[in-house]
Design a protein around this ligand. Structure first.
Ligand code: COA
Ligand code: MG
Length: 279
């Protein structure tokens, strides 16, 4: 899973386009991109789309948050149609994920958007309890900035300001602590491909393994950056071989640098992630 493309659940033309594209996951949205008076139409269209047999991207549904009182109705409509997973917005602790799971008759993979309220910022360390249903965590700046009373989440140069860098970092650490995939948030300026590319590079460097998208033109950039490169895989294999050739000690030198167990683990992880993407 590298790219997860949002599409409003009541917009058939976009849904068709999203499902025909190269995103690893298409998220049929019933929440913030759907006006209140269109929720019912979005549920109906989403269920219809899910029911028709599909190859291609995995199909997740973003339900409305537990606090909305709409989640049960969302689930009643879409679960019989067989989504591949659920995206849960505005979670505040791992317990919210467990509550959602308990509302579903059969378990499905859940991805939590875990930084959208002020309280959520204090609950990011406890998502391990939602295993094994929780498979990934992501973060959002739009709702959080609204809650914090901010004018915007980015400065004049387009860089995230401190509260949102904190949310991003805590999401990354929280996801790793819960042993699930960390997924970077949306880049809303969808015509700015260089900006998106830079943000993907920075997210991948920090440890995120995927990114949310809002426009089909963003998918190729995201897939490219989050697919381990041939060079990176060759380097990882070279390191593993060098450890093996030395009899797998705790530490080796290679090209005049020191490498020890964390480096070996990182190399093995990269190769297993590349295998998971290819397979
Ligand atoms: N999924 C699939 N197709 C999409 C799409 C998406 N998320 N966003 C745009 N498209 C399609 C358009 O329908 C259009 O197709 P067409 O030429 O066949 O009609 C094409 O891509 C080009 O779209 P463009 O004109 O560049 O953008 P737009 O003005 O139609 O839409 C947005 C811009 C932002 C409204 C749209 O990208 C969108 O709805 N994104 C998702 C929003 C969302 O789900 N937000 C919630 C999570 S933050
Ligand atoms: Mg939102």
């Amino acid at each position: 899973m590298r790219s997860l493309l949002f599409v409003p659940g009541d917009q058939e033309r976009k849904i068709t386009k999203a499902l025909d594209g190269d995103a690893d996951v298409v998220i049929l949205d019933l929440e913030d991109s759907v006006a209140p008076e269109c929720k019912q139409a979005a549920r109906a269209l989403t269920a219809e789309v899910l029911s028709s047999a599909q190859s291609g991207p995995k199909r997740y549904v973003r339900v409305n948050p537990l606090s909305s009182g709409l989640t049960a109705q969302d689930l009643d409509h879409v679960l019989p149609a067989g989504p591949d997973g659920i995206l849960q917005p505005k979670t505040e602790t791992g317990d919210d994920v467990i509550s959602l799971k308990n509302m579903m008759k059969a378990p499905l993979p859940i991805i939590a958007i875990a930084t959208e309220t002020a309280s959520a910022m204090f609950g990011l360390g406890n998502y391990a309890r939602a295993a094994p249903d929780l498979i990934a965590m992501t973060w959002g700046a739009e709702d959080l900035s609204n809650e914090l009373g901010a004018a915007t989440s980015r400065d004049e140069a387009g860089h995230l300001t401190d509260p949102y860098r904190l949310a991003r970092s805590l999401c990354l650490a929280g996801a790793r602590a819960a042993d699930v995939e960390p997924v970077d948030t949306v880049f809303v300026d969808f015509r700015d491909h260089d900006g998106l590319h830079n943000e993907c590079i920075s997210a991948a460097r920090d440890g995120f393994t995927a990114k949310l998208a809002i426009h089909p033109d963003q998918v190729a950039v995201i897939n490219d950056v989050f697919t381990p490169s041939v060079d990176a895989l060759a380097e990882a294999n070279r390191l593993i071989e060098a450890f093996a050739a030395a009899g797998n000690p705790g530490v080796i030198k290679l090209d005049g640098k020191m490498f020890d167990i964390p480096h070996l683990k990182r190399a093995k992880k990269l190769i297993s992630r590349a295998g998971a993407i290819a397979g």
